[in-house]
Write a protein that binds this ligand. Structure first.
Ligand code: HEC
Length: 307
């Protein structure tokens, strides 16, 4: 297939420092990297408070007492969950509507192919999907697509090993159920940069001239400070979007987690398709990655192997 039809965005601020090195070290041969199909679904207002409230969600005792991951129960039906929520149907044990204003024609989920590899110095992530049908409303007129990945410091955020980045999603955020402040974005309760209780954030934005974002989510979301992200790029290959991140393992900036072989990192990612913003995105359940770590029996684990 013909490649590189349009390169829509690339290096962030940190890039200038690393560009020479980046040009020399080739990206992995992606055809040799194990792929993982991940269903991204439309969550509506399914906040942390909602998923952890037993009257709403009967699974709470299993989450709390048996450490059941969201993925364990929902990898199979995440598509059905998204379809129900986006259509404004009542869900959960309490049968509440998690999308009070169903967007016309919006699909409930998108299948994404995920890959990651490392070379001892850098880690590379790749996401591929076919854009779903689009609507007419442009909430973020600049960016047709944003892809955001959040990861903790290897078990540093409570609950992240079960729910990925649900700890950042609250009822009082803009566009959520109790949202009053239209500037209020993601946060982690009791966050602490010094002890690693925060999520590292990397974001690709498709808009012309838009920079890659290397930030973090602590007691508030900060869209700068990181030094690890070398490149975030997005390309249309035929009908597909292919977004890649290239990041140093060391990190080293504010809100950067160092990625080391002894830890297992919890992550989740989201795609804002069709010029959306705030909660109007598709999200993954919680997943984990480790460097050259095969974890038997944990379906949500991805082994990032050396290339
Ligand atoms: C032990 C299995 C289990 C776990 C773990 C679990 N769920 Fe659920 N979830 C269910 C069941 C069963 C339902 C159906 C409604 C109910 O019983 O509350 C449901 C319903 C939902 C719904 C509403 C959609 C629907 O079809 O009703 C959402 C959204 C959801 N879960 C998200 C999550 C998230 C996010 C997590 C991780 C924090 C999670 N669930 C963990 C079993 C689970």
């Amino acid at each position: 297939m013909k490649k590189t039809i349009r390169v829509l965005a690339s290096a962030g601020i940190a890039a200038s420092v690393f560009v020479a090195g980046a040009a020399m070290a080739a990206a992995p041969d992606w055809s040799k990297v194990t792929e993982r199909k991940i269903k991204l679904f439309y969550p509506g207002q399914a906040s942390l408070e909602w998923v952890m409230n037993k009257p709403d969600h009967s699974a709470v005792p299993d989450i709390v007492n048996k450490n059941r991951t969201c993925a364990k129960c929902h990898e199979g039906d995440a598509n059905e969950i998204g379809d129900k929520i986006v259509a404004g149907k009542p869900v959960g044990q309490s049968k509440v509507v998690l999308e009070p204003k169903p967007p016309a024609g919006k699909v409930g989920w998108i299948p994404v192919t995920f890959k990651a590899a490392h070379d001892g110095e850098k880690i590379y992530f790749r996401f591929e999907w076919v854009p779903p049908k689009t609507g007419t409303v442009k909430m973020d007129a600049k960016n047709e697509v944003k892809l955001t990945m959040l990861f903790d410091g290897g078990g540093t955020v409570e609950g992240a090993e079960l729910n990925g980045c649900w700890a950042t999603c609250h009822n009082d955020l803009r566009s959520m159920k109790d949202g009053k402040d239209d500037k209020k974005t993601k946060y982690v309760k009791g966050a602490d940069l010094a002890s690693g209780k925060f999520y590292d954030l990397m974001q690709f934005r498709s808009g012309k001239g838009e920079k890659a974002v290397d930030g973090y989510v602590a007691d508030q979301r900060v869209m700068e400070g990181g030094k690890g992200l070398i490149k975030a790029a997005g390309v249309m290959e035929g009908h597909k979007w292919v977004v890649t991140f290239e990041r140093t393992l060391a990190g080293g900036g504010k809100g950067d987690h160092a990625i080391t072989p002894d830890k297992i990192y919890n992550f989740g990612f989201a795609i804002h398709e069709d010029y959306t913003e705030a909660r109007y995105h598709y999200v993954s359940l919680g997943y984990q990655f480790g460097l050259d770590k095969n974890v038997e029996g944990v379906k949500s684990h991805y082994n990032v192997t050396k290339r």
